[in-house]
Design a protein around this ligand. Structure first.
Ligand code: ATP
Ligand code: MG
Length: 630
């Protein structure tokens, strides 16, 4: 990064209806944030006390840079909080989980009591296979209720789960199984995707070759007639559950006992195996679901991520269940059989909180608003976004077409490493398109220069977290050195690896990855700025920009552009787009080259992989591309 880094920041402000603030669980930002700042440990102590513990903590935290313990010596089990706590209350017959398959008539619904029963049986089934506290179980499943049950069953008995997204192939699965030394793999015969089968069981069969840690493969058999179990290792999920006892007491877990390993998306390089523990993660995800997403008794919470990503772990499963929500999961993809399917699901099940990713929003923009307009979306109360910067254009579309100009948008910035939301606007606070918002009460975030000094408003820098937080990762699996790097790059802070800028009100805009920064004639330019400028042109659906070596300027900007339906590629349009960026940001950010493309390289979690474009462009090795979507 060079020194000067001014960013042009202009944004309309959107102010939600005052009833949102009046009824919100957390209240206004200023009061809540000051309450936290006055007594940080007291703040988290209060939140943690809303949950159930077998033994309370001796101290809220113990911090020996860069190692943290939260809720020191406390004992709990996260499934006790996600299930038993509700079963022991009037919520016992509340719907915990709604599942919708690819066909409209495919629906399964579980109350808290039913989910509790299933989890206990599955937990006993795992015990019968010899799984003990501390063993690792790999889950490689389609998005069906058994997936959620399997996760919770692991947590029930203290087994560490390592979930691998069902869209990965055999090689990526193999690496993850080996890295985590999984003893059991839980899978299904097939997943359904666009009316076709994804042969999960055969992929597992391939992946376990030369993975000696694996003793058994548990298979949910969905198709009829049932597929055969071919090897000695394969066992039927339901046969195993039928033989298992009904009751399974939750394992007593230390707050610092590991809960799971999860690999990052691999957007910027080789995926990192992030390790999260029990107590702090539970408190962080519960808190953010209840107070940041403002969860109410009657909410139907739909997070469209897959459990194979941190968003799914934290906001399909652990946060919402700990907070007693009704969660919705679906195996449908957003555009099959047509792009109205998700909106019809919202209408059908009365979804009130909807949480998705910019890549999905931009795709819906490309299809056009006639699809969401086919459904009644009045049940929606709050809508959210995560994963990449939400371009102002996409914000405005999401707000108007999906949120009907009423629903607050929570653009949440966070990472696999952080476990929970870190930056967003609170429900009811003014929103600025393009800006994620401010640090949530409970955490301290800032934008700093390379020396760690806060940058003034409108001057870009590196995004850091200044104090430990409960749901922070505890290490990188088998690579503690990499863990320490996060905390030593700009000591004593945690460096997120993202570029950002604050405006005069303290709102934070994420500008892109620090690895992807483009330096043109000595000026730093974040990829998100230029991409958002391009997306704000009516012809552009999506774009990715990279820096290419340039003899004169150091680097020159090349933009890859996907056009919206109905627009024709032409030289004239290229020039118009270059001019549009010039008018939006300034001459320094003008792309010197534009290429029209029909798709962009993305991770399987839907993030643009700029390093792949760059490698292609320069004819160099792209590095680890195990998470690249096919
Ligand atoms: P890897 O670390 O392997 O390169 P990754 O960083 O994409 O992959 P994740 O943990 O899934 O893995 O994603 C976290 C990153 O996603 C953040 O560091 C940030 O760059 C981006 N991100 C997440 N939410 C937002 C948001 N609301 N606005 C802008 N960027 C976001
Ligand atoms: Mg990352």
């Amino acid at each position: 990064m060079s020194e000067s880094f001014d960013v042009k920041l202009e944004a309309k402000t959107y102010k939600p209806d005052s009833s949102y603030m009046e009824n919100s669980n957390i209240g206004d930002w200023e009061t809540a944030y000051n309450r936290y700042l006055k007594d940080p440990d007291g703040f988290w102590d209060g939140i943690a006390k809303e949950l159930s513990w077998f033994k309370p903590w001796d101290a809220v935290k113990e911090w020996k840079h860069p190692y943290a313990k939260w809720f020191v010596n406390a004992k709990t089990n996260i499934t006790f909080n996600c299930l038993d706590r509700h079963v022991n209350s009037e919520l016992r017959n509340k719907v915990a989980l709604i599942w919708r398959g690819e066909e409209e008539e495919q629906e399964r619904i579980f109350t808290y009591r039913q989910l509790h029963r299933e989890v206990q049986r599955c937990a006993n089934a795992l015990k019968n296979l010899g799984i003990k506290k501390g063993d690792t179980v790999c889950i490689y499943m389609p998005l069906i209720p058994e997936h959620i049950v399997a996760m919770l069953a692991c947590a029930r008995i203290g087994a560490v789960h390592s979930i691998v997204y069902g869209g990965f192939g055999a090689a990526a699965l193999h690496t993850r199984i080996r890295d985590a030394s999984a003893k059991v793999v839980i899978t299904a015969d097939v997943g359904y995707r666009r009316g076709k089968h994804v042969p999960l069981k055969s992929i597992v069969g391939e992946a376990v070759v030369n993975a000696p840690s694996v003793e058994k493969i548990v298979v949910v058999r969905r198709t009829r007639p049932q597929v055969e179990l071919v090897s000695e290792m394969e066992i039927d999920y339901y046969e195993l559950l039928n033989e298992a006892g009904k009751e399974c007491e939750p394992e007593v877990m230390d707050a610092e006992d590991p809960l799971f390993i999860l690999y990052t998306s691999g957007t910027t390089g080789q995926p990192k195996g992030i390790v999260h523990t029990t107590g702090g993660y539970m408190v962080g995800t519960y808190y953010t679901t209840k107070y940041i997403f403002d969860l109410k008794e009657n909410d139907v919470h739909w997070c469209t991520a897959d459990p194979g990503w941190i968003t799914g772990h934290s906001y399909i499963v652990y946060g919402p269940l700990a907070a007693g929500a009704t969660i919705l999961i679906t195996e449908t993809v957003p555009d099959y059989p047509d792009p109205s399917v998700w909106w019809k699901i919202i209408e059908e099940f009365g979804v009130t909180i909807f949480y998705t990713a910019p890549t999905a929003i931009r795709m819906f923009m490309k299809f056009g608003e006639e699809w969401p307009n086919k459904a009644n979306l009045d049940s929606l109360r709050i809508i959210g976004s995560v994963g990449e910067p939400l371009n102002p254009e996409a914000f405005e579309w999401y707000h108007r077409v999906i949120g009907k100009s009423v629903c607050p948008i929570l653009d949440t910035w966070w990472q696999t490493e952080t476990g929970m939301h870190m930056i967003t606007t609170l429900v009811g606070e003014p929103m600025k398109p393009g800006f994620a918002g401010k640090a949530i009460p409970g955490v301290q975030v800032d934008v700093v220069d390379k020396e760690g000094n806060p940058t003034p408003p409108n001057v870009g820098g590196l995004l850091v977290i200044k104090e430990p937080w409960p749901s922070m990762m505890r290490t990188v699996h088998k690579n503690d050195e990499r863990y320490r790097q996060y905390w030593s790059t700009i000591e004593p802070f945690y460096t997120a690896g993202d570029l950002a800028v604050k405006d005069k009100d303290g709102y934070i805009m994420v500008l892109g990855r620090s690895d992807d920064i483009i330096i043109v004639a000595g000026h730093n330019i974040g990829t998100a700025e230029v991409e958002s400028a391009l997306v704000s042109h009516e012809a552009v659906a999506e774009s990715a920009v990279i820096g290419k070596p340039d003899a004169m300027k150091g680097q020159a900007i090349k933009a890859f552009v996907i056009l919206r339906l109905g627009y024709e590629q032409s030289e004239k349009l290229k020039n118009e787009l270059i001019y549009h960026v010039r008018m939006s940001i300034g001459p320094i950010a003008m792309p010197s080259e534009i290429e029209f493309v029909s798709s962009l390289p993305k991770t399987r979690s839907g993030k643009i992989m700029r390093r792949v474009l760059k490698a292609q462009e320069m004819g160099i090795d792209p590095g680890d591309i195990s998470t690249l979507e096919e």
